[in-house]
Design a protein around this ligand. Structure first.
Ligand code: GUN
Length: 292
């Protein structure tokens, strides 16, 4: 039987650690980290994410600033708001919820954020820093993945890691992080030949492809660590829907050494890492060490 990696409790531990340090920062330096979240439009899934972010931000003792703008917002209005948040000293992290409505150029907005406040790690400065192994801000979901993998396996040197998916948000940054940990990294995608064979070589298999239950048990090397980043809502057949990952959990669990479930695996780590990044930046912007 494989060991199921409990992302929910790992994320709760990380949030408790952040909360302790936030209290210490307030006590030592009188600074309360602040996170601004910008939501444009009324996409139901985005509304749920934004609500959860706001709630968890307050729970760890940080200030939460929510900016909800109508679907018809112009790029100019959004850029003006970013400019204001960039110079607001009570704001240490800015997150613009994606996707944005089609009249807005996503890249222009993201790259307008002060890179020191870009707690999503999507600004070109931070992407570049990650690619050269420099000390920038790491995107939240990849950071959550690497924290869980290191927690489970310790030293990753020499391990063979296979990443399925090449998105800018997960696949590429997670591959860079694994490379920094001295793994041998293979990035695979929809045009990869013999994908099953590639996956079968993995000591660490990261699935971030957005295809429900694509990776089956006979794609997994016995004893491998499987990290499932997918969140797919599928028809459960009884008029209801259910959440599944990119990995076929039932068959993969029988083969893997360690595996993340969906839900309750990588998902909860994303917001915990966002809070971690916000605390780090509140300290960095003020030239302070992160409290113990
Ligand atoms: N929409 C879905 N995931 C994310 C994320 O990690 N960051 C932002 N800004 N928007 C998202």
């Amino acid at each position: 039987m494989s060991k199921i990696i409990d992302g929910k409790s790992f994320a709760a531990e990380l949030r408790a650690d952040v909360a302790k340090r936030v209290a210490a920062l307030k006590e030592r330096d009188g600074i309360v980290p602040g996170l601004a979240v910008v939501l444009v439009g009324e996409d139901p899934a985005s509304q749920v994410y934004v609500r959860n972010k706001g709630k968890q931000t307050v729970e760890v003792g940080m200030q939460s600033f929510e900016h909800k703008l109508p679907d018809t917002t112009s790029q100019e209005t959004l850029i003006d708001l970013i400019d204001q948040l960039n110079v607001d000293e009570s704001v240490h992290g800015i997150l613009v919820q994606l996707p944005l409505p089609k009249q807005i150029d996503e890249k222009a907005v993201i790259n307008r954020i002060n890179p020191d406040k870009d707690v999503d790690g999507f600004h070109l400065d931070n992407v570049g820093r990650l690619s050269i192994g420099d000390n920038g801000i790491v995107p939240c979901t990849p950071l959550g993945c690497i924290m869980m993998i290191k927690d489970q396996l310790g030293d990753l040197s020499g391990k063979h890691a296979v990443v399925v998916g090449r998105s800018n948000i997960v696949g590429k940054p997670v591959a860079n992080l694994l490379l920094q940990e001295n793994c041998t990294v293979v990035i695979t995608h929809s045009r990869t030949k013999n994908l099953q064979e590639e996956c079968l070589r993995a000591d660490i298999l990261v699935a971030a492809v957005g295809r429900p239950e694509m990776i089956k048990g006979d794609w997994v090397k016995p004893g491998a660590t499987v990290i499932d980043v997918g969140i797919n809502r599928i028809d459960a057949g009884d008029g209801k829907t259910r959440l599944v990952g990119d990995v076929d959990f039932a068959s993969a669990e029988a083969v893997a050494g360690k595996i993340t479930p969906v839900p309750g695996g990588v998902g909860p780590m994303t917001i915990a890492c966002l809070l971690h990044n916000t605390l780090q930046q509140a300290c960095r912007i003020n030239d302070l060490s992160v409290p113990d």
